[in-house]
Structure formats: C-alpha cells, structure tokens
Write a protein that binds this ligand. Structure first.
Ligand SMILES: Cc1cc2nc3c(=O)[nH]c(=O)nc-3n(C[C@H](O)[C@H](O)[C@H](O)COP(=O)(O)OP(=O)(O)OC[C@H]3O[C@@H](n4cnc5c(N)ncnc54)[C@H](O)[C@@H]3O)c2cc1C
Length: 781
C-alpha cells in the first residue's frame, strides 16, 4: 500500500515536472497532441468559420466559464428609454395602434390601412435604427424593441411591417458596409419611407441552409445608363420575402462567379449582397404568400439574367463575395430584438387580457381564476411573461452597449418565442371558445395564429436549439476552444504548436478548476458560493445555485467535447440539451437582474420566484437528459453522483407560489401594470381589449354588492319560483325581492353589459360574409 502511494506521488511529481518545463511539455505532450488534433479536426469552410466567429461574447461568456459574478451582472447598466423615446412610445406608437384594427386588416382590407402606412412612413418608423444624421430616429435598441413589443400587442401585420426594415436588411447592411454614396442616397430615403426595403436570401432549395442558395450572378460587361460597364447578370428565385410584394428596394443575396477573370483570379467569389431597385428591368415582385392569415406583405421574387452594375453591390465592387460575412456579422442585433420583442408583446397582451378575463368570467358560480387548474395556467402566463420581458430588456441593453451577442441572440430568439407559444396557448385554453371563434371581438386568436411564424423565421427554432446555441457557444463562449481550433488550422505549424500549447494547457487548468468547484458546490449545495455583492436576500439562494449550475455546466460541456469531439455536432439532442442549460442560466440571470434593477418590488417577487424556479427545473431536466443519453455510461454515472450528489436541488414551483402569481396577474395593481407595461390598452369599451379592462374594473367595483347578493340568496330570500333566479339574471330577481336598490341594480346591469360583451363571441351570416353581430345583454336590454 505504502509502495503504491509512493509510486503515485512519484508519478504526480514527474507529471508536474514535465508540465512546468515548457520545452519538455511541448516535446512529450503538446506536440503529439497537436499533431493528432490537426489530423482529426475537420477543416472548416469559410461560411462555417464566418458564422462561428461572427458577433461578440458577453454574459454568455461568464456562464460558460462557470463563474457568473453577481457584481458583474448588476454592474451592467439598467437599460432605460430616453425621454424622446418614451414620448414616441406614448404618442406616435399609441396613435398608429389606434389606426389599425386587426380584424379589419385581416378580413376586409387585406393590408394595414393606407393612413397607417402613411403615418408609419412620415413618422419615420422605418428609420428607428438609422442615425439622425441620415434623417432616421436614431433610437436605442431598447426603444426599437419597446416599439415592436407594443405594436405586437395590437396587430401582427403592423408590428411585422415596422419590424422588418429595422432588422437585418438594407438599412443595417448599408450602415455597416455601404459606400458613402450608397448611404447618402438610400438611408434618408429609407428613413422617410420613400423607399420600402426587403431582403431576399431564402430560396425554395435553401431555407435553413441559406449558404447553399443556388441564386447566382456572373460577372460580365453590359450596358447601364447608356454606357458599357462592368456588372453582373443575376438569376434568382426567392420566396417568403417580407415586404417583398411592395418593396421599392430589394436586398438580394446570391453567389457571384467570375469565370472570365474580370475582377481577378478568383472564379467563385462567394455570396454577395446587392441592392436592386424593384423597378429595375427584370425584377419580378408583387405576388403574395398568405402566412397563416396574417396580412403583412410577404411573397416571392424572381429574376433571370438581370444585368446590374457592380455598384449595386453593398459596399461596392470590393465587397463582392463578402455577403455571408456581412450577414453573419449583422445577424445578432436584429435577432436580439425583432422576435424576442414581438413575442414579449404577445405575452403581455395575453397576461393583461386573460388575467382580467378570469375575473370577469364565472363558471360554477365562481370566478374562474379561483380554480387551481386555471391558476396553474395563469402562473405560467405570468412567470414566463416576467422572464421574457427581462430577457428582452437585458439583451437589447447589450446591443446598446455595443455588443453583437451572437449566442445570446440565438438564446433569446429560441427561448422567448417558445415561451411565447406556451403563454398564448395557455391563454387560449383559459378563454375557451372565446379564443377559438374569430371575429372582431376575439382578442387572442390572431396572436395564436401567428405563433408559428416567429418560430420558423430568423433561424427555425429546431435548428437554432439543436445546432446553433451550444454549437456556436462551445466555440465562441468557451475561453480556450476557439484558440485551440485556430492553432490547429494555423498555416505555420510551429506558431500553431506554440499557440496550441498555451490554449490547451489553459483549457486543462480551466476544466480541472471548474470540475473541482462543481463537485464542491454539489456536495455543499453551493453554500460557499455567496454572491459577491449585496443582492435581495430572498434571491440569494438563486445566485448561489446559478454559480453552482454554471460550474457544473462548464464541466459537463468540457467532458462532452472531450469524449464526443466532432461527433457532438451530429448528436444534436445532446448539443441541444447543453444549449438548454446555458440558455436557462442566461434567462435566470436576466430575471435576477430585472428584479434588482426594478427596485426589488415585493409585489413582483412571486413572478420572479416562479420564473427562476421554473428555469432551474428546465436546466435540471437538461442535465438529466444529457447524462441519461451520454454514450460513456460510467462517466455519466460518475458525473451524476459528483455534480448532483443529493439529487435535484429544485422542485417545480409550488401550488402556493402558482396561486400567488395567478393573483398578481388577475388583480389590479403594480405587479400587473409592470408586467404588462406598454401594452396597447384602448379605452373604448367597443374594442375587445377596452371591454375587458372596463369589465374587469366594473367587476371589482361591484364586489361588495356581489357578496351581498350571495348572502341574500343564501338566506333563501329569492323566491324559488322566480325564473330570473339564474346565472344571468339573478340581480333582477334579488332587486324584485328587495335585496338591491334601483341604483345598485343599475350598477350591476352596467357591469353585466360589459361582462356580456367580453364573454360574447361574433357570429356571421351562413356564408361567413358581412359584418359580425355581437350582442350583449346590455345591447339587448
Ligand atoms: C413568414 C415568413 C417570413 C420570412 N421572411 C423572410 C425574409 O424577409 N427574407 C428571407 O430571406 N427569408 C425569409 N423567410 C425565410 C425564413 O427565414 C426561412 O423560412 C427559414 O430559414 C426556414 O427555412 P424553411 O422554411 O425552408 O425550412 P427548412 O430549412 O426546410 O427546415 C425544415 C425544418 O428542419 C429543421 N432543420 C433544418 N436544418 C436543421 C439542422 N441542421 N438541425 C436540426 N434541424 C434542422 C428546421 O428547424 C425546420 O424545423 C421568411 C419565412 C417566413 C415563413
């Protein structure tokens, strides 16, 4: 035994000696490892490399390193709107929302009204990301996000129409890569809405795999404005292009070839982005798709051998072939904002209206929010909405800090849209048939119809989860992996070896430290992981567990990369679950930050607790999923015992907590108002959302009368033979029996009229034509 111990000590000493001597380490360890690494690492194509290297690493880096610091999290400035931005939200956005009626847009006009188009253009909604110097609004990412979120609480066609020109497309690309001439010409026109942009990348043959587009251009000479110039003959066939049918400026991505060497000696220049006026000869636009009953403009575009000068290339001829890099570099900003904001808007609409509906609607002579089953669904609506908005704000804040958070943008795109789907589905379940029967009085059916659109666009969700979040995160956010890969692909092998030696041994140190910390935190349930700054005492547990989960994730990520290597790319389900862990940790961070930044509102605490506990449970499920499917079974077993020795630290949010969240969104007050801040709430009770607000207030204002009516009835004072003694007309019966004064009856009647408007659904002529007829008891009386 003593001999074995001595041998072990000797081996450790020898290893330490070799590791500490650079020359020995390189000779005996790093060089053979480097040679193997160079041999087995698949060569990356340029498009893969550009996609992986695009953007910046931000809070995701801290989570990947296993060391999220509470101080660093709270040192990130709390995003705030400027006065001008808030005024725009309160005035212009409010006004344009009032101009648009979703039902009319869908069923009658098949487009947003002309006056709304005009207002959007002249009030420079299309120029939110364009600097004031070019005539745009020069808004922060936060303001841009707030505008899209608010529009989404009103009408999807309106929100998509405004969202797309401010997302990845002509304006964004021009701002980063345009020549001065292109910027000076197009940006003011785009800002004023004189040009309507669209960006066409997707082809019928290349959707998710967009780099494979068959659309192509051939460099050649041709005639342009009466002169022979160097240009390109471009052929394309694109589909799904938002604003395509009405655009005046078409951004076009195609692969550019130079077979005759007119530009140099590279025959395949690569993906190229050009701006083509839609009235340019040969450009075919105008036909429309019909995306799930939504009326935003979307359609195909084609062109065959369309000659255009090289000056149409964004950034001019020198940017030929740089299109993929441009798209990848600019992707993060739009993806961080557009869909996370619009889905948060839909969630706010759901929380505001459905929360109130559960107070207005009675069944079994009980307000439905009091049923635990309904409260459970309300809790999901409230908790997820709180978290979604937290993630939206924190991520927009990152863009305002100059980040291009590539991995974070994929996280929020996927997880906010997926939570939006849960929220809207729950809302639909709660309001029952009211949500299903479409018509002017339906306030949620259209959001429900629109959910799959955002799931599919800007990187379809299955692909984003399976391939991008961890796939890109593992390389970008990991402190050493990218350096190791660069070293392995270095043109100069000796320089590569030196870089590899540094990166690899840094990696080993990093993994060892994290593994020790993760095991330590596992056994102590993260007791030593105290937050490094003052935080809300009721949240301390979550900061500790965030550190613990982050260290465990970093360990699991390293072990997965080490054991699965390149196969991890094919084992998408494992990669997806690793991405889920990283994502939940990001969402938890955003929720903790929101709670702190908003002054630790006690009334919001149930929302924050619910959201955080749910996200931790999802992270735990993902850990369990990875380990249950890990190919190396002994290693999986060891990791399970070491990382979670006492089992899962989190249980699903309790029923008591769910009831508290349900109360927060179904009672008037600060929590409900903060949760649904900047939702468009019309004051007109003829509008469905206006009617819910009015009915909600009326129900709460007549609570005392309602209680008295119940007492009166329970005391047996309503004559059994009175046919009005039913769920609809009880107040009339009680009034007749002397239990209500005339005034009180009138208040109950007014409340009932509003309530009946809310619970009423539209009906139409048998051929579904003509105006809808929605009557309420109030209308009938
Ligand atoms: C309403 C709408 C508006 C749009 N607007 C525009 C626009 O303005 N401009 C533009 O250029 N494009 C636009 N698009 C295109 C959109 O971005 C693409 O639809 C999207 O990239 C998906 O392509 P696809 O529909 O062909 O699905 P496919 O690529 O055929 O994917 C099918 C399924 O396979 C999954 N999948 C694919 N590859 C993988 C993988 N490696 N791992 C796991 N799963 C995978 C996907 O997630 C998806 O679920 C729009 C689309 C729609 C529907």
């Amino acid at each position: 035994m003593t001999f074995l111990l001595l041998l072990l000590l000797l081996l450790i000493a020898a290893a330490a000696f070799v590791l500490s001597r650079r020359d020995l380490r390189i000779k005996h360890l790093s060089r053979p490892l480097y040679q193997t690494f160079r041999r087995i690492l698949p060569r990356m194509s340029d498009t893969e490399r550009e996609a992986l290297e695009a953007g910046t690493v931000w809070w995701d880096g801290a989570l990947f390193r296993g060391r999220p610091s509470a101080r660093a999290l709270h040192a990130i400035p709390a995003p705030r709107l400027s006065e001008a931005e808030q005024a725009f939200l309160d005035n212009e956005v409010e006004t344009v929302c009032a101009m648009v009626n979703d039902w009319q847009v869908t069923r009658q006009d098949l487009d947003i009204p002309a006056e709304a188009w005009e207002y959007i253009k002249t009030r420079r909604f299309f120029g939110m990301i364009i600097p004031e110097a070019y005539g745009g609004l020069g808004f922060s990412a936060l303001a841009h996000s707030a505008v899209v979120a608010k529009l989404s609480t009103r009408c999807s066609a309106l929100s998509v129409t405004v969202m797309v020109p401010n997302s990845l497309g002509p304006a964004e690309l021009l701002l980063h890569y345009g020549t001065d001439e292109q910027k000076n010409h197009y940006l003011p026109r785009l800002a004023r809405g004189e040009d309507i942009p669209a960006f066409a990348l997707t082809s019928p043959w290349a959707g998710s795999d967009a780099a494979a587009i068959p659309d192509h251009g051939i460099v050649c000479k041709g005639e342009w404005q009466g002169r022979e110039v160097l240009g390109m003959r471009v052929t394309w066939d694109k589909r799904y292009i938002t604003l395509g049918p009405v655009c005046t400026l078409l951004g076009l991505a195609f692969r550019l070839y130079d077979p005759d060497g007119l530009l140099g000696d590279t025959p395949d220049l690569g993906i190229t982005c050009a701006l083509v006026p839609s009235d340019h000869p040969g450009v075919d636009i105008g036909r429309r798709h019909f995306p799930l009953d939504a009326m935003f403009m979307n359609g195909p575009t084609q062109g065959r051998d369309v000659f255009m000068p090289l000056d149409f290339i964004i950034g001019g001829p020198s940017m030929a072939g740089q299109g993929w890099r441009m798209l990848m570099e600019c992707l993060a900003a739009g993806r961080s904002i557009s869909l996370p904001s619009s889905y948060t808007g839909m969630a706010k609409l759901t929380a505001r209206t459905v929360g109130a509906y559960t107070v207005v609607r009675d069944q079994f002579r009980t307000r439905i929010h009091k049923f635990e089953g309904v409260a459970e669904a309300l809790a999901r609506i409230g908790g997820h909405t709180y978290l979604m908005d937290a993630a939206r704000v924190m991520t927009a804040g990152a863009v305002d800090l100059g980040e291009k958070p590539a991995v974070v943008s994929a996280i929020v795109k996927y997880h906010v849209t997926e939570r939006g789907r849960i929220v809207v589905n729950d809302g639909m379940d709660i309001i029952g048939g009211k949500g299903i029967c479409l018509g002017p009085q339906n306030f949620l059916g259209r959001a429900y119809q629109q959910i799959p659109v955002g799931i599919t666009v800007e990187g379809a969700n299955i692909l984003t989860r399976s391939l991008i979040i961890f796939g890109q995160g593992a390389i970008r956010c990991h402190p050493h992996v990218l350096d190791e890969m660069r070293a392995a692909q270095a043109a100069d092998p000796e320089q590569g070896l030196a870089d590899f030696d540094r990166a690899f041994w840094g990696h080993v140190r990093h993994t060892t430290c994290n593994a020790l910390r993760a095991v330590g935190h596992g056994f102590t349930n993260a007791l030593p992981a105290r937050p490094d700054t003052a935080v809300a005492p009721e949240m301390v547990r979550y900061y500790r567990q965030l550190t613990r989960f982050s260290a465990a994730f970093a360990t699991l990520a390293d072990v997965s990369m080490l054991t699965l290597g390149g196969a991890l790319k094919r084992r998408e389900s494992i990669s997806a679950r690793l991405g889920d862990i990283l994502s939940q940790l990001y969402l938890i961070s955003a929720t903790l930050k929101r709670y702190q930044d908003e002054g630790r509102q006690a009334a919001d605490a149930p929302l924050a607790h619910w959201a955080i506990q749910d996200a931790f449970c999802r992270a735990q499920d993902a850990f369990t999923g990875v380990l249950a499917n890990f190919p190396n079974r002994p290693l999986a077993w060891a990791l399970r015992v070491l990382l979670f020795p006492w089992g899962r630290p989190f249980a699903a949010p309790s029923d008591t907590l769910s009831m508290a969240v349900a109360d927060a969104i179904s009672q008037p007050g600060g929590a409900r108002d903060r949760l649904t801040q900047d939702a468009y709430v019309p004051h007109d009770p003829a509008e469905p959302v206006g009617a819910i607000e009015a009915a909600f207030t009326a129900v709460l204002d007549t609570q005392v009368l309602e209680a008295r009516m119940r007492e009166f009835e329970k005391a047996g004072r309503v004559p059994a033979a009175d046919p009005r003694a039913n769920v609809r007309d009880m107040a009339e019966a009680i009034h007749a029996a002397g239990g209500l004064t005339d005034d009180e009856l009138n208040r109950i009647r007014a409340r009932n009229a509003l309530r009946d408007r809310v619970i009423g659904v539209d009906d139409f002529a048998p051929n579904l034509q003509g105006p809808s007829r929605t009557e309420s008891a109030g209308d009938r009386s």
